[in-house]
Design a protein around this ligand. Structure first.
Ligand code: S3P
Length: 459
């Protein structure tokens, strides 16, 4: 596509994005890369910090969330090179080397930072910590990690029975437990495994359905003793394992790639290749759902990079049909439900998404957010207690919509705008930098504005 074609106008004005669809006869195209996987980035920083020796992280996500993790770890004595290049070095302090910080640790908007870090803090004997986050994070449930940590002997205080941040933690030696989690949550699993690293004996987490397994993979790579049972829902860590710094290569985030996969599927005539995407099977629920909707997506150059499967994903536009999803696939596409709702709004038939009540306690209530904002644009979405029902095929019209300061809502609405008439104004859209600092640049690129063929510059 020649770069002179202005296929879409996108203005970035403080907190508001104005997005219009491509002009008639113009579509989306090109090869793009997406920033590093957010989950893997957090874990690489944390494991690097508590390992012995140096860790080099290549392809780290330079978004706000990993920056929160890095700042907390630095406040506890880990040396981390400036987060201004996607090659970052972490000098580990060793398994029990984190220091008591002189101030409150701030996890910002990041649930992963706060929940995983609680496992490290609770088991750091002799140190006192206070932890908090932004208004969204301070409203999100923390009992899901506080309760199992308390069963391990942790001392944690906070409002409402330590169920919300700010929280105070007095680190001490913990005992291993076998924990049957009521929810499939990688944050819960990872928090307990990190605490279990420093207990005597074994700590087991059993999940009702398999959640992302990046912690298990990376803990093993760093030298921890990890056992995973047959169906992978039960994971055991042996306390006292020694961790050694590693080189971690972070693949592109499939949660960020999902925006281009859906854009490429719904905008007539589009063809986009998203390069270097992590396709760990615990994360590819979105590919399965889009396949059920008849999307034309193929995997190219499948390979394994530093213990994680990676592929290029090619999407070509095709008329989508509705699907019904729920059950075990939900944890494998939990962050992609907002963008899946956008795909469903343009599919023929009624899509039903169930078993996704967890979306109500993400950075915003994502079920309510997508239902109200897509309906403002003319979609027919009904909120269910644990999901969404979307009657596809309505003509959407651009209007003023609210992102609630939630990165994935802002970007999902921007993709919806590409198939809507007129201009969509998205409030608080700067939240995208939480997980996808280069989103606007790549949106311009796929629309043919200021196109660069060198997609790797899009970081
Ligand atoms: C994450 C796990 C998921 C996901 C979040 C990142 C992780 O949360 O929504 O964006 O890195 O472990 P839950 O574990 O709460 O489902």
């Amino acid at each position: 596509m020649p770069s002179s074609i202005v296929a879409a106008q996108l203005l970035q004005n403080g907190e508001i994005w104005a997005v219009t669809p491509p002009a008639t006869g113009v579509s989306l195209g090109g090869r793009v890369s997406v920033p590093g996987d957010k989950s893997i980035s957090h874990r690489a920083l944390m494991l690097g910090a508590i390992a012995s020796g140096e860790t080099e992280i290549r392809g780290l996500l330079l978004g706000e969330d990993p920056r929160s993790t890095a700042a907390c770890l630095q406040a506890m004595g880990a040396e981390i090179s400036p987060l201004n290049s996607d090659r970052v070095r972490v000098s580990g302090v060793g398994e029990v080397g984190l220091r008591e910080p002189g101030d409150v640790l701030n996890a910002g908007n990041s649930g992963t930072t706060l929940r995983l870090m609680l496992g490290l803090l609770a088991s750091q004997a002799g140190c006192f910590f206070a932890v908090t986050g932004d208004a969204s994070l301070r409203s999100r449930p923390m009992s899901r990690v506080v309760q199992p940590l308390q069963q391990m002997g942790a001392q944690i205080w906070g409002r409402n029975g330590a169920s919300v941040a700010p929280l105070a933690v007095s680190g001490r030696s913990l005992q291993g437990i076998e924990y049957h989690s009521p929810i499939a949550s990688a944050q819960v699993k990872s928090c307990i495994l990190l605490a279990g690293l420093r207990t005597q004996g074994k700590t087991t987490v059993v999940e009702p359905a398999l959640s992302r397994d990046h912690s298990e993979r990376m803990l093993r790579a760093f030298g921890a003793e990890i056992e995973v049972d047959g169906d992978r829902r039960s994971v055991t860590v042996t306390g006292g394992s020694r961790l050694t710094g590693q080189t971690v290569v972070v693949p592109g985030d499939i949660s960020s790639a999902a925006f281009w996969l859906v854009a490429g599927a719904i905008v007539p005539g589009a063809e986009i290749v998203v390069e270097n995407v992590g396709v760990n099977p615990t994360r590819t629920g979105i590919l399965e759902a889009l396949e059920m909707m008849d999307a034309d997506i193929s995997r190219e150059k499948e390979r394994e990079v530093a213990g994680e499967p990676v592929a290029d994903l090619r999407v070509r536009s095709r008329v989508l049909k509705a699907c019904t999803i729920g059950g075990d696939v939900i944890p494998r596409l939990i962050d992609e439900v907002p963008i899946l709702a956008v795909a469903a709004a343009f599919a023929s038939g009624t899509t039903t998404i169930r078993d996704a009540a967890e979306l109500r306690v993400k950075e915003s209530d994502r079920l309510a957010a997508m239902a109200t904002q897509l309906n403002k644009m003319g979609a027919r979405v009904t909120e269910l207690p644990d999901g969404l029902e979307i009657v596809g095929g309505a003509d959407l019209k651009g209007t003023e919509v609210e992102s609630y300061g939630d990165h994935r809502i802002a970007m999902s609405l921007a993709i919806a705008a590409l198939r809507s008439s007129g201009t969509t104004y998205i409030q608080q859209a700067e939240a995208a930098s939480i997980s996808y600092p280069g989103f606007v640049k790549t949106l311009r690129q796929v629309c043919g504005e200021g196109t660069t063929d060198n997609a790797t510059t899009d970081k």
